[in-house]
Design a protein around this ligand. Structure first.
Ligand SMILES: *Cc1c(COP(=O)(O)O)cnc(C)c1O
Length: 370
């Protein structure tokens, strides 16, 4: 099977892991060991934010961020429904209520007009998701945030290396969250990072990561154990140094695939608006004017040819059993979300994909569409 994504681990990662293991310092009780601080510094520098705080996962990063901005019971957090479930979980664990907005059908990212429709006097935060590696349209969202006084938390889990109007994802909102899960653009196995330019948020995030402690055994706020282990941070540091190379390979693969698929009229190809730079986490296409049955049949056919096609996401959050019963608050029908969920599928463009793989994917897809 050609996998949709796969970790790329080199000798440097292996050597660094050995070094950490031999040192005996596997974690630092404050949450900020040697490799964690190195990784945080390098990460903040790369993203272009003042602070970076490492976490144990992207989900932990989202939860800690919502706690750090002072979410209170009953506060509303606006987010797209067409995304991974972590943002909704984070809102609920932080005491809030997820409110779902619709997406833009061309970029699949949250539609700022739909965000505006969902704003109420209880709105405390919005979580735009940079889906598939493409930044959401941030300027209108930042404008709404200023007008209505809520915070913007970027979910940049899929978008490390993406840009919006010359700024890297993670440096645009008040806070941003990243994931280093095994499929992401860089990985530490499990891991996450929060970036921010706000010194107070950074300090609070460090406390939340480590049981709300400023001094040991003297918790000043509600916290958690969201520390990143040293082994993970060492892997992350090495991965980050390879990121420019990874991104270049992803972009090249996406360009080749785009060329090979450009003649297929039934397919809607991903867009890269002029003011944004994609990080090509996955290459997501749409089977136009189709339904869930046709899409699923096509996906099954491609999988039978050993192409690791993925559907992100087959069920939007507000339609999942748990959320449908309790949290399906939306003033409007999420029309574009429901259409996309039935029509999209994602193809691999990760750095290990060869030009031969891309030819095979394009030919097989063209054949299957006949
Ligand atoms: C992966 C992902 C997360 C969660 O990250 P974990 O590290 O798996 O907890 C959150 N949001 C999006 C959009 C993701 O893709």
């Amino acid at each position: 099977m050609i996998p949709i994504n796969q970790p790329i681990i080199g000798e440097e990662e292996i050597e660094l892991v050995k070094k950490v293991l031999k040192s005996g310092l596997l974690t630092e009780k404050s949450g900020c060991g040697y490799y964690v601080s190195q990784f945080e510094d390098a990460f903040a520098k790369y993203v272009g934010s003042k602070y970076a705080v490492a976490m144990s996962s992207g989900t932990a990063a989202l939860h800690a961020s919502l706690m750090a901005v002072g979410l209170r019971a009953g506060d509303e957090v606006v987010m797209p429904s067409f995304t991974f479930v972590a943002a909704a979980e984070a809102a609920i664990f932080a005491g809030g209520i997820p409110i779902f907005a619709d997406i833009d059908p061309d970029t699949y990212c949250v539609n700022p007009e739909s965000v505006e429709d969902q704003i109420s006097s209880k709105t405390k935060a919005i979580i735009p998701v940079h889906l598939y590696g493409l930044s959401a349209d941030m300027n209108p969202i930042l404008k709404l945030a200023r007008e209505h006084d809520f915070v913007v938390i970027e979910d940049a889990a899929q978008a490390l290396g993406a840009e919006y109007k010359g700024k890297r994802a993670g440096s645009i909102g008040d806070i941003a969250c990243f994931s280093f899960y095994a499929t992401k653009n860089i990985t530490t196995g499990e891991g996450g990072m929060v970036t921010t330019n706000n010194a107070e948020y950074a300090e609070i995030l460090q406390e939340i990561r480590n049981h709300g402690e400023q001094k040991e055994y003297s918790s000043v706020r509600l916290g958690h154990n969201y520390r990143m282990p040293e082994v993970a941070a060492a892997i992350g540091l090495s991965q980050l140094s390879n990121l420019p190379r990874f991104l270049e390979a992803r972009r090249k693969n996406a360009e080749i695939l785009g060329e090979r698929l450009s003649g297929l009229e039934k397919l809607g190809l991903p867009v890269e608006p002029y003011d944004r730079k994609h990080s090509w986490y996955v290459y997501t296409v749409r089977l136009k004017k189709s339904n869930v049955g046709k899409r699923n049949k096509l996906v099954a056919k491609l999988r039978s040819k050993r192409i690791g096609v993925a559907v992100y996401y087959p069920v939007p959050i507000h339609m999942m059993p748990y959320y449908k019963e309790r949290y399906a608050y939306s003033k409007k029908v999420l029309k574009e979300t429901m259409t996309a969920t039935r029509q999209v599928f994602s193809l691999p463009v990760h750095p290990k994909i060869t030009e031969g793989d891309l030819d095979f994917i394009a030919t097989t897809l063209a054949e299957a569409l006949k």
